[in-house]
Design a protein around this ligand. Structure first.
Ligand code: GAL
Length: 670
């Protein structure tokens, strides 16, 4: 069993004491205590401070910070400092620098300027990690390891020599023979047949479309290259401190990394969330859907929100502050959706550097003059009251099948139309979110027991095994909603022949002959056969043939007017719906209301619009979270629920009235 964090709610953030004179450190730690901070991420960007030259190390300052934090009972999530190599490294060994698809070498002066396949980088990074592990393995403040930082955030691929060599090695392991590679890549097309491994390169800038399987494999390889860096560090740390949990910070819907492959390697999920407060409604959903995706990666352990902003960020063209109450609401949303940690970038706002306009616990003014500080201090106290929630989990009956390989494949060039894979999944999620029906994200090949309803938005790439898994889910009595452009290609990005989506035909009771992808602004309509209601649709229209399914709605326009657009099919004990187009909000509402009825899925509570409701549960307890995201008071009848509000310490009334942006967390009576 991998080590766990202790069961409590973590509160804190990134701490970069190396940017400040030692004279402020004691003040920092005193104020951390005052704020209720109990954990700090330390040393994330400290490599050049820890190793100012190739053969010179300086751990003295870090020893002093670690001791100071330990003496004040503040735990440390100690970073391995490998995210930003020091300038001396690339001066001496220029081959560590990453190269773009155009052959441009990315230089020092920012961060993350290393190739994930650089042998020199690996050598120096692992040597540093070894020293850190040896030095701090028995330090009482050490609570967790924080490997690197946001892998691939800025540097998402590399085409340098080390990368090219590593790509070939990766391909040899995957395909064994060139014949197998040529078959998988379909190189009979355009005279691309490879006769020697040396002829193969990463997909550099080329005259026209890149071989899609080569591009897809390069994305897989790049994921694995970054993951192997993580593994390299984790192995060193694991050997030195088998009892200390290890993680790295994920970034939610981040396309370059298949976080499902990473989730197996981390001891707990940590992620960074920065929704733009310019649109508060979109931001609260962005937070929720990110939490749901990240939680689903390791559903049996609470996650930690490793970074968010106390107020404004610095990296958008316009960086709005979070108005009073929003930071608290977003933080409690994290806990509501399964988080046991609420952390921020960063403790003390920088005075210099590219992030000096990024908010922090401590802004550029004395704390007693700071609105933000008053809010983070109040939040720290509230989180302590929520301690009983720690360790409890979120359980849902609806899931969206979401796969990074399908994401990579469907967004490669030369497709019939443009599909924004994550946006389509998020749009479906939003319908459930707005109705307080909890949703997980699962791999299509996962064990789907426990779920009543699975959705597959544009699950373009689907292996035969995963298609069988989805079909078996329906056969056992589950409800499936597949949408357009699902089940079109196999793992090699080859069309599965025999009428799309060939492997789901039996479950869906239909096949697709053609599709009409629409440019932005072009629309069609659908009319439901039962009540003749009409809705607009756009982006994509599948032209279907029924073979057992019934048409629930037909198109109203284009040359295929009158032909089925939305269908329902009984397959063994279950039901499979098919949505051949992208419906507007009202149309989606009409369809999904019917789908959840079939699946026997209901909202947790009937709450006014803008009130978010979730439940966390442990073996013996249940906690009901109510979050009022609106600017008006919200009245929420609790129905059958009874319990005590952990934030007010009062018994919950039968109808709860929440002030604007207020939250109730009710420990339910058994
Ligand atoms: C994150 C990063 C932090 C900081 C923050 C600013 O992506 O991990 O180091 O840059 O953004 O919002």
């Amino acid at each position: 069993m991998n080590p766990r964090l202790p069961s409590k709610l973590f509160y804190g953030g990134d701490y970069n004491p190396e940017q400040w004179p030692e004279s402020v450190w004691l003040d920092d730690v005193r104020l951390m205590r005052e704020t209720g901070v109990n954990i700090i991420s330390l040393g994330i960007f400290s490599w050049s401070k820890l190793q100012p030259a190739e053969k010179r190390f300086d751990f003295g300052w870090l020893d002093r910070v670690m001791d100071l934090l330990g003496d004040h009972d503040i735990s440390v999530c100690l970073a391995t400092a490998t995210a930003s190599p020091p300038p001396w490294l690339s001066l001496r060994y220029p081959e560590v620098l990453p190269v773009t698809a155009d052959g441009v070498v990315l230089q020092v002066g920012s961060r993350q300027q290393y190739s994930p396949s650089s042998r020199v980088y690996k050598k120096f990074a692992s040597a540093l990690v070894r020293r850190l592990a040896q030095r701090y393995r028995r330090h009482p403040a050490l609570a967790s390891w924080h490997i690197n930082n946001e892998y691939a955030c800025h540097l998402q691929e590399c085409h340098g020599d080390d990368s090219t060599r590593a790509f070939r090695t990766w391909l040899r392991l995957r395909y064994k023979t060139l014949a197998a590679l040529n078959q998988a890549w379909g190189t009979a097309f355009w005279s691309q047949g490879y006769g020697r491994w040396e002829e193969i390169f990463t997909p550099r800038r080329a005259p026209y479309h890149c071989n899609p399987t080569q591009c897809l494999d390069f994305k897989r390889f790049t994921n694995d290259a970054f993951l192997s860096l993580y593994r390299m560090e984790a192995a060193i740390l694991r050997a030195a401190t088998p009892h200390i949990p290890i993680t790295t910070n994920f970034m939610g819907f981040f396309k370059p990394l298949d976080y499902r492959s990473w989730a197996r390697e981390v001891d707990y999920i940590a992620w960074d969330s920065y929704p733009d407060p310019v649109d508060e409604v979109a931001a609260r959903h962005a937070g929720a859907v990110g939490h749901d995706l990240m939680r689903s990666l390791k559903p049996d352990r609470p996650f930690v929100l490793m970074e968010q902003a106390t107020s404004a960020v610095n990296w958008r063209p316009f960086n709005l502050p979070k108005r009073p109450g929003l930071m608290r609401l977003g933080s409690l949303q994290t806990v509501a959706r399964g988080g046991d940690g609420v952390m921020f970038f960063q403790w003390r706002a920088s005075q210099a550097g590219a992030e000096k306009f990024h908010s922090a616990f401590l802004q550029h003014i004395p704390p007693e003059q700071s609105r933000v500080f008053a809010e983070v201090k109040a939040l720290g106290a509230e989180l302590q009251q929520l301690t009983p929630v720690a360790g409890s989990l979120v359980r849902n009956r609806v899931a969206i099948a979401f796969d990074w390989h399908a994401w990579w494949a469907v967004e490669l060039e030369s497709k019939p139309g443009r599909i924004d894979y994550a946006a389509w999944a998020q749009r479906l999620h939003r319908w459930f979110y707005d109705r307080n029906i909890g949703v997980d994200f699962v791999h299509p090949g996962a064990a789907l027991t426990g779920y009543d309803l699975i959705l597959t938005p544009a699950l373009y790439l689907l292996s035969a095994g995963d298609a069988t898994n989805l079909t078996a889910f329906v056969a056992r009595g589950g409800t499936l909603l597949a949408t357009y452009f699902s089940g079109i290609v196999d793992e090699n990005e080859h069309i599965v022949l025999g009428g799309y989506p060939a492997l789901l035909r039996a479950a869906l009771g239909l096949w697709v002959e053609e599709w009409a992808p629409y440019p932005d602004g072009q629309t069609n309509g659908v009319r439901f056969t039962r009540d003749r209601t009409k809705y607009t649709c756009d982006q994509w229209c599948d032209l279907l043939h029924l073979e057992g399914a019934e048409a629930l709605a037909t198109y109203t326009g284009d040359f295929f007017a009158g032909r089925p657009a939305i269908t329902r099919h009984s397959h063994r004990k279950g039901t499979a719906y098919y949505l051949g187009t992208r419906l507007n909000a009202a149309g989606l509402d009409a369809l999904l209301a019917r789908v959840i009825k079939d699946a026997n899925v209901q909202p947790l509570l009937s709450a006014p619009a803008g009130v978010e409701v979730t439940v966390r549960e442990s073996v013996s307890e249940r906690f009901l979270f109510l979050l009022n995201h609106t600017d008006g008071a919200a009245r929420i009848p609790l129905g059958r629920w009874r319990g005590t509000n952990l934030l007010t310490r009062q018994p919950a009334a039968r109808t709860i009235t929440l002030a604007p942006l207020d939250v109730a967390v009710i420990r339910l009576d058994n």
